[in-house]
Design a protein around this ligand. Structure first.
Ligand code: G3I
Length: 527
């Protein structure tokens, strides 16, 4: 059967309807099942194509879930329908549960639709079909076609089909899912924190949903410091002036306290994730740089910090788990004469806002908490130079900057030698340093869209993590911690940054929480 793919009204997107590209902070994770395909058609055709002469397009006529579904028309044979490749999404030899919701086009008389899994082994071998389910479907409502299949082993291509037994009716497809039993967390691999125990604490950025079920097992096993990915940002902590919300943060803080872990506080002063009210006057107009508006903003910043400090003291007493703060995040802009990004803090308070923030933080959080300035691309010569000058000036003025956070959002091909030089240059300032947000993108550029997760890139990623770990260990005396920006690939910000990237895999554990080659790269680098 040759698939004649006719032009769809909506181009097949890069996202082949894989597992949710990213599990948002407040979305619970179904822990014992792993979703490997989830086609909702809310955006585009999610990699689904016409089978035979059929045409597929996203339609808002009706939907089982959300507001859109896939409309299949122009069928000239009963087998003309809708199809999607699932090669590489399934675990060979493992049972998978498949569901597809279907409905006939308006006015069509009831008929049987079928859901089938096809395996084309290649090399001229005959295709094999597994019947998932079939049912009489009508135009009056949605029918669930669902069943369990065993993913084919061996090479070749695997596809899902929705077709009919006899009819040429138009039909709608929606909410196609493929799930399988999740693998247990591995207990026969070394714990990262043990592997690097002689060098520095190993941390990870987490959200509340990483601290239940299997993810929580992974966190408890491998890490000794937690960074709330979003829960301690101004927008999460004080969404409205005077209204403090700590539920998400407390989930992370409580877990850390219960497991004897530290919490790396992220972040107090940033140009993002900060509610507009911080910079808005009582008259509803933007604050100006007048002396009175400056004191309003400084008072708000101090109240923000004190609100957090008071909460920590009330909840944890003197054993509060926060050992460090990103007081100021991403303040650098090498294009400016003074090297500072023009953000709202700068517009109102002027370039002195960085010093103001650190002095307030020291006053509020005390001497026992490490105060850092955190930034990205600190290994690029221009940003490194500007940050070095800024930190040197601040410390010369007696501003309590204890350390520098290097985010290290890297991608394949990163120059580890530059990172080595960067750590040396900041060490010469006598500051502490932290790697705060490490991940290694498989995409070689910010615009490359992967259509799969190539094994050779995973191997290259392993080698880069190994090389980087070796360099970081050589700087163990200067490094207070190494933290990864996410627990497993599904949770990475890079799955949705700038666009849906269902095949991006920048972290140490895969979508099923299993150790990747990257994990072994860190173990390699730790000798
Ligand atoms: O939780 C809300 C949800 O209720 C709401 O429906 C949804 C609507 O958009 O937004 C959700 O909040 C999102 C939040 O992530 C939690 O998922 C925010 O919109 C989204 O902006 C936020 O993105 C975070 C981003 O920082 C901005 O704060 C990413 O998760 C986080 O990984 C990223 O991390 C940053 C570091 O803080 C600083 N360094 C760079 C790094 C990557 O950008």
């Amino acid at each position: 059967m040759v698939l004649a793919l006719l032009a769809c009204d909506v181009p097949a997107g890069p996202d082949r309807g894989r597992a949710p590209a990213r599990v948002a902070d407040d979305q619970p994770v179904a822990d014992d099942q792993l979703t490997v395909l989830d086609s909702t058609f809310e955006g585009d055709v999610s990699g689904w194509e016409g089978l035979g002469d059929a045409t597929v397009r996203v339609s808002g006529d009706d939907a089982h879930g959300g507001s859109r579904s896939l409309l299949v028309t122009d069928r000239a044979e009963p087998w003309h329908g809708a199809t999607a490749g699932v090669t590489g999404l399934l675990t060979p030899g493992t049972d998978h549960t498949v569901h597809a919701w279907v409905r006939l086009g308006d006015g069509e008389p009831g008929t049987e639709l079928q859901l089938t899994l096809e395996h084309r082994p290649g090399d001229g071998a005959d295709p094999a079909y597994q019947h998932v389910d079939s049912a009489t479907v009508t135009a009056d409502g949605w029918t669930d076609l669902g069943g369990t299949v065993t993913a084919p082993t061996g090479t070749g291509e695997v596809r899902l089909y929705v077709e009919s037994a006899t009819s040429l009716a138009d039909f709608l497809v929606d909410d196609v899912t493929v799930t399988r039993r999740a693998e247990p967390v591995e207990t026969d691999i070394p714990a990262l924190r043990d592997v690097l125990a002689d060098d520095f604490p190993v941390g990870v950025a987490v959200g509340p949903q990483d601290l239940v079920g299997r993810p929580a097992e992974l966190v408890a096993r491998h890490f000794s410091s937690l960074t709330p990915e979003n829960a301690l940002k101004p927008v999460s902590v004080q969404p409205a002036e005077g209204t403090f919300t700590f539920d998400a943060a407390d989930t992370v803080l409580d877990f850390a306290a219960a497991h004897g872990m530290g919490v790396y506080g992220h972040t107090l002063v940033w140009h993002r994730s900060t509610p507009d009210w911080f910079f808005t006057g009582a008259d509803g107009e933007p604050l100006t740089d007048s002396p009175q508006d400056r004191s309003v903003l400084l008072a708000r910043l101090e109240a923000h910090m004190r609100g957090i400090a008071d909460h920590l003291r009330e909840r944890y007493g003197d054993d509060q788990p926060v050992w460090a703060w990103d007081v100021v995040n991403e303040a650098v802009d090498p294009r400016q004469d003074d090297g500072l990004r023009r953000n709202e803090w700068y517009r109102v308070l002027g370039p002195g806002y960085v010093a103001d923030a650190f002095r307030l933080a020291r006053d509020v959080f005390g001497d026992d908490v490490l105060l850092l300035i955190n930034d990205y691309d600190t290994d690029s010569p221009d940003r490194r130079r500007v940050l070095l000058d800024l930190v040197e000036r601040l410390r010369a003025d007696g501003v309590p900057v204890d350390g520098v956070g290097h985010q290290l959002h890297l991608r394949l091909g990163a120059d580890v030698g530059r990172i080595d030089d960067t750590l040396d240059e900041f060490a010469a300032l006598g500051v502490r340093q932290a790697v705060t947000e490490l991940d290694v993108a498989l995409s070689r550029t910010s615009t490359e869209e992967l259509g799969s997760t190539p094994p050779e890139r995973l191997d290259e990623q392993r080698a880069l993590y190994a090389e980087l770990t070796t360099v970081l260990r050589a700087h163990a005396a200067d490094l207070t911690s190494l933290s990864f920006w996410g627990l497993y690939d599904t949770r990475s910000w890079l799955r949705t940054w700038r666009m849906e990237r269902p095949y991006e895999a920048p972290l140490l554990f895969d979508d099923d929480l299993q150790a990747k080659p990257a994990f072994w790269g860190v173990v390699d680098g730790a000798g």
